[in-house]
Design a protein around this ligand. Structure first.
Ligand SMILES: [Zn+2]
Length: 453
């Protein structure tokens, strides 16, 4: 008998952790951090229901922190097994996990300095060094190659097209096949190939981030073209807050296309995110995982000037427009973009371009909602800049795209578990899958166990 327990990513989009137990073995699929509102983040500090030393292996679908960010803590707390991922996922984790450790240390130091924590001293969830140490647990497995991990237990990664290296995972235990979609990419992404159809499985665990929403069918490059032309005339500054992984490269792709086809004037364009710059190098290294050749990938990366040092970053704020700055973080919750919003947000000639979903409670959401001031580094900054939203910039399939993707699979699962979505999104996808395919679909709650037979 196999039991599947939902230890994260149930009723929420973060903290993905799915525990498979059978015989004396335990495998965790994804090992993510809870992110977002405080009540969720606090769950990262709770004792994990299973001692990490009792878990034999982790299989990782992709590098996003809400899927991978708990690995350093797991290793710190006694996990001795292997973390299996695709090579590109491991390379991204080498950038993302130490950064998460660094940010956790910085936050703890801040709380201690300002005596803002109930705990004395406040400690990071894990440190940069602990994150680095956890990387030695990784073992990389390419797409479509079957890996035997225990007797009668094997798995395989399938291309999911969500970010570089992202996969769906099919775990076979005895005769039972269990498919985890991971985060599913989109059919018409300009950079990534479409997700590989899910092979026949007995049980399916699907994400539902956009379980109740559709993406707009607009071309983001048209909006960017318009904004850049306007700003060239007004000599303004365009600030684009962006995630370092995926989103930054997609924006650069549109800029590259616009520049190649002479649709935009030549204004200086900067990428002020050392992490995105490192990710660009992986984008070139793993070019076989997307539609662009090595030469095209390099050309795309050259569309912007890299800003590496803190000094260069500060001096950008002294330059005048027209220019365009892409900088992290994507929802203006931290990072270098804060300094640019502080500097250029009060100017009427500035355009702040929001590319993608802005979570509740973030500065990005406040700007999207039309706030005339936002708080940065303890002080209110008036916003006179225009705020524009680039539509159709998601790395997740919407519900129609998920249904179409599953239609290509001819699945006849015994049960489907709808995870990785807010309650309303997960329930909407449950209904949609039941209506479309007649499947037995369930939305599990956090901590729930089910038996797979
Ligand atoms: Zn993801």
């Amino acid at each position: 008998m196999i039991s599947l327990q939902f230890l994260g990513g149930a009723g929420t989009v973060t903290g993905s952790k799915y525990l498979l137990s059978f015989g004396d073995k335990k495998i965790l699929v994804d090992c993510g951090l809870f992110q977002g509102v405080k009540s969720l983040r606090l769950q990262n500090w709770e004792r994990f229901p299973v001692n990490p030393s009792e878990i034999d292996a982790i299989i990782l679908t992709h590098a996003h922190i809400d899927h991978s960010g708990y690995i350093p803590l797991f290793v710190k707390n006694g996990f001795k097994g292997r973390v299996y991922s695709t090579p590109a996922t491991r390379d991204l984790c080498e950038i993302l996990l130490p950064d998460a450790g660094f940010l956790a240390e910085e936050e703890a130091a801040y709380l201690n300095k300002h005596k803002k924590s109930k705990h004395s001293p406040a400690l990071p969830l894990f440190t940069l060094e602990e994150a680095k140490a956890s990387l030695s647990s990784f073992e990389t497995i390419p797409f479509n190659s079957i890996k035997d991990i225990f007797s009668n237990v094997r798995f395989e990664f399938k291309y999911a097209g969500h970010i570089l290296g992202a996969s769906s995972v099919i775990v076979t235990i005895g005769k039972i096949r269990i498919g985890f979609t991971g985060d599913v990419g989109r059919p018409n992404n300009p950079i990534f190939f479409e997700p590989t159809p899910m092979p026949p499985v007995d049980y399916l665990i699907t994400e539902s981030t956009y379980g109740n929403r559709r993406h707009e069918s607009v071309d983001p490059s048209l909006e960017l073209e318009k904004i850049i032309k306007e700003v060239e005339l007004s000599k303004g500054v365009i600030v684009i807050p962006s995630f370092a992984v995926g989103r930054a490269q997609e924006i650069m792709y549109y800029l590259w296309q616009l520049k190649k086809s002479h649709r935009i004037p030549a204004i200086p364009m900067y990428l002020n995110s050392p992490m995105a710059t490192d990710v660009n190098a992986l984008f070139i290294k793993h070019h076989e995982l997307h539609k662009l050749s090595e030469a095209e990938s390099k050309e795309l990366c050259h569309v912007v000037k890299y800003v590496r040092s803190v000094e260069e970053s500060i001096s950008l704020n002294k330059k005048s427009g027209p220019m365009l700055i892409i900088s992290a973080s994507g929802m203006i919750s931290g990072g270098r973009v804060l300094h640019h919003i502080k500097q250029f947000g009060p100017l009427e000639s500035t355009v702040i371009v929001l590319a993608g979903f802005q979570a509740a409670g973030t500065r990005g959401e406040a700007l999207e909602g039309g706030s005339s001031e936002i708080k940065i580094h303890g002080a209110y900054v008036p916003i006179r800049a225009k705020v524009k939203v680039l539509g159709n910039m998601s790395a997740h399939a919407d519900y129609c795209e998920i249904v179409d993707w599953l239609k290509g699979s001819q699945l006849k699962p015994k049960a489907v578990f709808v995870t990785h979505g807010e309650a309303s999104a997960a329930d909407a996808l449950r209904l949609r899958l039941t209506d479309t395919f007649g499947w037995n679909c369930l939305v599990p709650v956090q901590g729930q166990s089910v038996e797979l037979t």
